[in-house]
Each structure stands twice: as C-alpha cells, then as structure tokens.
Design a protein. Structure first.
Length: 220
C-alpha cells in the first residue's frame, strides 16, 4: 500500500472508535484517515445465523504456551470486543481515583473523577446508556440518556432487602429503541444480542467512522 494518510488508527474497538468520535469533528474535511482492523466486518445478521461473534478464529490469534484446559477467546473484527461485551456501564467511584489519600493504599490517579465526569457523560450519550437518575452512587452532571430498565421479580426482592444499595444497573442495552437498535428483550443472552439492542461500535458508530475514513480489514 503506497497511499499516504494523515492519521492511522490501529483497531476499531472502543479506544479506536471513541478516538475517531472525538477527532473527526476537529479534523480537516480532507484529512485522510486509515483504520487497520485485524478481522472482518461481519453483520449482526451473519453473527446470528452462524452463532458466532466473529469469522476470525480466536485460536489463530495467539499461542497458549501453558497448555491449560481453558479455551481463551479473542474477538477480532470490526468493533472488536464491543461485539462480545454484556453492555454493563457502571462508573468508577470518586474515591477510586484517590486510593492513597482516602485509604492509605496504592497510589492516587493523576486525574480526578470530577475531571473525567464530562467524558463519562459524553460516552454515555454516544452509547445511549440507560440508568437511574435517583439513587445512583455515581455523581452526575446530567441525567442518563435513557430511563432505567424495569426490575424483574428477583430484582424487586433484592431491592426490598437492600433498599439503599440495590439500583437499576446502568447499561448500554436500549430501554428505548434508537435509530439503529431495538428495545432490549430481556432474554439474558447479551453476548450475542438477538435483537441488536446493546451498543456496539458497528451499530452506532460504524457509519460515522466509515464515511470519513478507510477501513483496511483482515490485514494479518
């Protein structure tokens, strides 16, 4: 490949995609951007039909020298591990950033929760995160983009037993349908969501990135 690019992004998972989300609005409209992706672009329909998260064999992506019985999985493909995550989106707590100051162990982070909070909020908007505005332990500057999911019967029992500690889980599984995602069906098979309700790079950010950048897939 003899082409020249202004920016090369290695990988199309969370880090690469959210970098592009922040970079593209600031980039020159003629900027040439290349995204290198090890796997392929597998549609959600293909994943459901094949019962697979990726057409890339995880066993060919690394060497296990320990001969362990556990089969390690590695997801390669456009969107990376956003294909496989369960879309649970809690925030870190403010004190997590100052362990040494508060608890006398570890080290404090070089940034604070307050400094990162606007970026948490922006990421939650992109992912259309569902969560409770009342009772959540994470300080927030804005409401969650979507209302919380309803409690099921076991949730109701836990909420009754632990009213101050049990909350609706913040999650990037759609409580309200979006342009590209269906309402969560609550079947508990989030790893390969049957209705495309959870946030993935492909269903929410893929179009925006590909319109301004070239994706070079299957490069190794």
């Amino acid at each position: 490949m003899n082409d020249k690019f202004d920016v090369i992004v290695v990988g199309s998972s969370f880090s690469g995609a959210f970098f592009l989300h922040g970079y593209l609005p600031k980039a020159n409209e003629n900027a040439r951007i290349l995204v290198l992706e090890r796997g392929k672009i597998d549609s959600h329909q293909w994943q459901l039909q094949q019962h697979r998260l990726s057409s890339f064999s995880s066993q060919t992506s690394f060497i296990n020298r320990n001969q362990e019985e556990k089969v390690w999985m590695y997801i390669a493909g456009f969107g990376g591990t956003s294909r496989a995550w369960a879309a649970c989106t809690p925030r870190m707590m403010p004190n997590d950033f100052k362990l040494k100051s508060v608890y006398g162990v570890g080290v404090d982070w070089p940034v604070t929760y307050e400094e990162l909070e606007p970026y948490y909020t922006e990421a939650e908007k992109v992912m259309a995160v569902s969560g409770p505005d009342d009772g959540a332990p994470f300080p927030r500057s804005q409401p969650y983009p979507q209302p919380p999911h309803r409690f099921n019967d076991p949730d109701k029992l836990l909420k009754k037993a632990y009213p101050d500690q049990y909350i609706q889980q913040p999650t990037a599984r759609a409580r309200v349908p979006t342009t590209n995602r269906s309402l969560c069906c609550g079947t508990g098979v989030c790893r390969l969501c049957p209705v495309n309700a959870k946030f993935t790079i492909q269903n929410e950010m893929g179009g925006r990135a590909s319109n301004r950048s070239q994706v070079f897939k299957g490069w190794c």
